[in-house]
Design a protein around this ligand. Sequence first.
Ligand code: ATP
Length: 873
Amino acid sequence: MLPWHARPLGDVLAELGTDPRRGLDEPEAARRLAVVGPNALAARQRSGALGLLLEQFRDVVVWVLVGAALVSGVLLGEWVEAGVIAAIVVLNAVLGFVQGARAEEALEALRRTTAPEATVRRNGHERRVPARDVVPGDMVLLGAGDRVPADVRLVDARHLRAAEAALTGESVPAAKQVDAVEEHAVLGDRHSMVFTGTTVVAGRGAGVVVATAGDTAVGGIARLMEEQEEEPTPLQRELASVGRRLALLAAGVAGLVFALGAARGYPSDEMFLTAVALGVAAIPEGLPAVVTITLARGTRRMAREHALVRRLAAVETLGATTVICTDKTGTLTRNEMGVQRVLTAAGDEEVAELDGEMRDAYARVASLCSDAHTGDEGEAGDPIEIALLRSVESAGVDPAVVRGRYRRVDELAFDATRKRMATLDEGDGALRMSVKGAPEVMAPRCHAILTTEGVVPLDDGGRRRLLDQAEELAAGGLRTLALAERVVEGATSRVLEDLEDGLVWIALVGLRDEPRDESPASVAEAKAAGVRVLMVTGDHPATASAIARDVGIADHGRVMAGRELQRLSEHELSEVAEQYPVFARVDPADKVKIVDAWKARGEVVAMTGDGVNDAPALRAADIGVAMGTGTDVGKDAADMVLADDNFASIVAAIREGRRIYLNLQKIVSFLLSANAAEVLLILAVLLIFGDAGAPLLATQILWINLVTDGLPVLALATDPAPPGIMSQPPRRTRSLLGAREQLRMLGRGAILAAGAFAALLYAHVVRDLPWEHVRTLVFTTLVGVQLGYVFVIRHEGHGWDEGRLPPNRWLAIAVAFSVALQVAVVATPVGHDLFDTRSLDALDWIVAAVVSALVPQSIRFLQRRDDAAGLVP
Ligand code: ATP
């Protein structure tokens, strides 16, 4: 039997039982789906529960702890201590596991909402269905920018070209057609088919699905379908490297302390325990898990704001965005168009008043050069085309009747670079070419104009007058479009592009597209937040400038037109970029240049795009933003997809990104200060009271890091955004852990340690209590100052005006719970056994409480002074 690409079309359709005009019926599609299974390649092997659990034990830190537990137990006979360390390690692994699973879940949910879809014909109607529900025999409709959902034998192809590089390595898109090709043709030469995982870059087509899932040509090359591995975000990478450095440092310091102690003749088992405690103190065990869960939770909150984040790193980058390049149509405006003005040679008229040949010609071009539908079944298609059809109806003509008289022979789909669309239709005994597009590209192609006296020639002066009219319409914020046509007689050339000259100008149309209600406020919010908003549009400069004024992007629009932009080098552009808030009549390729120019100035750039040619710009941007209604190609290249196409959602995502980053900043800063406090405390005590022993046990440190600090830190991640978060400029540093930050954390650590040290002085020097008792008080005081410090660090980064940050209920609950746990550890026999603690007396509790209240306050005081002196940004 011949392969699909070589068989006559009739055989293919018969074999698959498909009527191309009707497609499959729903019940039949459902039946086939049940038989062949979903159209999806086996997803990347997910780690699974066990894998995820084992992953928790891949961390070196865990093995350091396991080693410590073993040594404590086997060598030193400290079985309780060994057991507690082991239990805490397991607890940590379980926590990491739960959080990892939740992060994975959040990402999976996002993946589902951005899952690929396909347009199929079922029961004679076009429908969007999830790509995984496509079955053999389905009629699939394809347009520029679509991802091909299955292997398809083409039934109809209009200038259809597909990018197949991923499959064949061929970088030039392949032209497709419907005729069977030679049986032994290689994949790249099977022009009668399109394949799963490739994309349509131009034209339009339809075809019947011959293979899905594992049966497709890429079946083996799963790489194509596989989602990208989630890479660590910059912050996660930074934390990993800090973690490694701290582990090394810890090992070094611990080794040194152990060696020094041994040299001085201290008992080696005790020195060993101290060294282990130091090592444990230096490593922020819970940090990576908290960061991951915070980012993942962020994606869920952003999804609620209609911003679907496709990469975790985008959550982080969003908060640092300094420039948004946004398109106009549909993003700042509603994309609900209406024809407002129609200018013909007879004057400026209401469409309804057009008559005679003028009306017929208008109705013809608007109906034929269009893929939209209006009518009883609702409307579908490009908003511009829908508006044109509606205007035809209001002139008393039914577009369906016009279309009924013609048969479309060929077409050149609208393309943002060509800025026009053309169709070739046969009917009334003639072949007609209908073209519509941007007035500037249409005027040079028109040699005549339709008037009430018939067709009259058009000279340069006439063309200029038409463009002046277009300019005038555009200045009022209208989108402009010119309609033209010609009769093709005995055309020698069948190449459509060659026929696009010698047209007869029929009308100039002005379409209204109101700004969205929320656009001005969102633009203002972005500006107040120090984020520059630029409009980058394919539309006319005057239209762009009028809308830019309406939404507040620019009052006195300096507009750079695409043509000007193309003359500048990237360097020249970055020099002058600041003066131009609006870029109009740009081609998709120009967008890359704009992104690069702004990036060269050190800015963090978000760029929107929805078309088939926008992918490079989306990739080049720090945050590529695709539209929910945009092309598959755009979505694939983007970091974020706007479910509602709305500019306001970008600003909302930036606000959320800032909140998340601010909270991460608090968390990282808190945990590292806390760890610094523990290390400094142990070192200070060793230096000053050398023979007394460590002021904290390894188990106690683990308890602090993972339990009493762990819960409040998770709650910190839920801190609400301070009201002023969008009135501050974007953060300019890309690093949370710069030298200055590290120094500050060390300083904070020293102050926290000093608090615990004061408690030690009171218990050891003043009262000369037994060391276990001293240690218990130091342990409790350290927990206390750290819990107090949580409330101080909350206010960090927003001016210390407590009245303004709403309270955080979760934090209050978490801290209360941690206090209760600590009391249990100190005041119950079980706690005594596990953590080698002693009961504290009233005076001890008072000391712990007073220190816990005062020390964080002193940090707050110092911070206020720094703020006042402008030391901290
Ligand atoms: P934005 O980039 O802000 O979304 P846009 O949608 O106006 O802007 P394009 O879609 O590139 O930009 O359109 C550019 C020009 O092409 C329009 O100003 C219009 O004159 C013309 N045009 C748009 N849509 C069509 C269409 N379906 N058929 C013919 N011409 C069109």
